[in-house]
Design a protein around this ligand. Structure first.
Ligand code: KPL
Length: 306
């Protein structure tokens, strides 16, 4: 019998991965909130590119655990702040040798989830650069192709990362094993810690950060990240952090960052798992990151206001 791939979370990445896997013959089951079932019972609508014709992809949908299911392969695709609570809801259905692939931004949620698992269950963490957004519930636009770098975070499954990379590749996504995965997650966090708060505080598209007006802030945030990297022994990304940040600003110029989208729609942001995680690491190293502290407070205030 074919293994079912479970996907927890019906946001843009959850729907993208679920639809791609289902389109290439995998049996996929989306684990969702009861309020989301009616939209998803009609299938996932996937548009590959802004102007592409949408495809309707049918997957199984469940909103409650049951003794009938054993989850062996799970993609955890919630927001970072919801990962632990969402997984707790399904924990009783996890197989003893479950393999869980986490797609969350930032750092912190991986360690929180690892604490829920046994040594026989394998946790993998991924850094994802796919550009996808929800047009409406159940409907995802795959706006730009990116990649999924993944590696083992904890647990017994030594070959689990390779198995997941090949499953995603067969599904038409670009995926590769990158181990150790922690430096990759730190690199993504570093880029997000510069772009996301600045765009959210100033209500601007990512591309606006390329203007001279924002250069002093971009430079200051990058320099502080590098102080932490140096003390943690994390190398800069290829070409240097400032270059990487500039590249992402230019290649995602028309995007509204996820943090700006969250603030605009009154949702809680992932600031605690991005800037918050950086400040936590800095505190342990007795480093004072003034620029990051200031954007952290500004986002917390904006969250309160919305
Ligand atoms: O990952 C992103 C996000 O918005 O969270 C970036 C890279 C900043 C693209 O918008």
């Amino acid at each position: 019998m074919q293994q079912v791939t479970y996907v927890l979370g019906a946001g843009s990445l959850g729907l993208l991965y679920a639809a791609r896997l289902a389109l290439t013959g995998k049996t996929v089951c989306l684990l969702v909130k009861p309020s989301q079932t009616s939209a998803l019972n009609l299938g996932i609508t996937l548009s590959e590119g802004e102007a592409a014709l949408a495809k309707r992809v049918f997957v199984r949908v469940r909103s409650e655990p049951s003794s009938e299911i054993k989850i062996q392969q799970l993609i955890l695709a919630t927001k970072a702040g919801q990962a632990v609570q969402s997984l707790k809801n399904w924990q009783s259905s996890l197989a003893d040798d479950a393999e869980i692939l986490m797609l969350q931004n930032g750092m912190g949620s991986q360690a929180e989830v690892a604490k829920l698992l046994t040594a026989q269950q394998t946790l993998l963490a991924a850094s994802v650069t796919e550009g996808a957004y929800l047009a409406k519930p159940g409907s995802v636009i795959h706006a730009s192709k990116g990649k999924t770098q993944l590696g083992r975070w904890s647990g017994a499954g030594k070959d689990a990362a390779a198995r997941w990379a090949s499953r995603l590749t067969i599904a038409g996504l670009t995926a590769e094993v990158t181990e150790p995965i922690r430096p990759v997650l730190w690199h993504k966090l570093a880029v997000n810690s510069v772009i996301n708060p600045l765009t959210a505080i100033n209500n601007i598209d990512n591309g606006a950060l390329a203007s001279r007006d924002y250069k002093p802030q971009v430079d200051a945030l990058c320099a502080e990240v590098l102080q932490v990297f140096k003390r943690l022994g994390i190398e800069e990304p290829e070409g240097g952090l400032k270059y990487r940040v500039e590249q992402v600003i230019l290649s995602t110029a028309a995007n509204r960052s996820s943090m700006l989208q969250d603030i605009s729609s009154g949702k809680k942001t992932e600031i605690d798992y991005i800037t918050g995680a950086l400040l936590k690491a800095a505190k342990a190293l007795k480093l004072d990151l003034k620029a990051h502290q200031s954007v952290y407070l500004a986002i917390k205030e904006a969250e309160q206001r919305e």
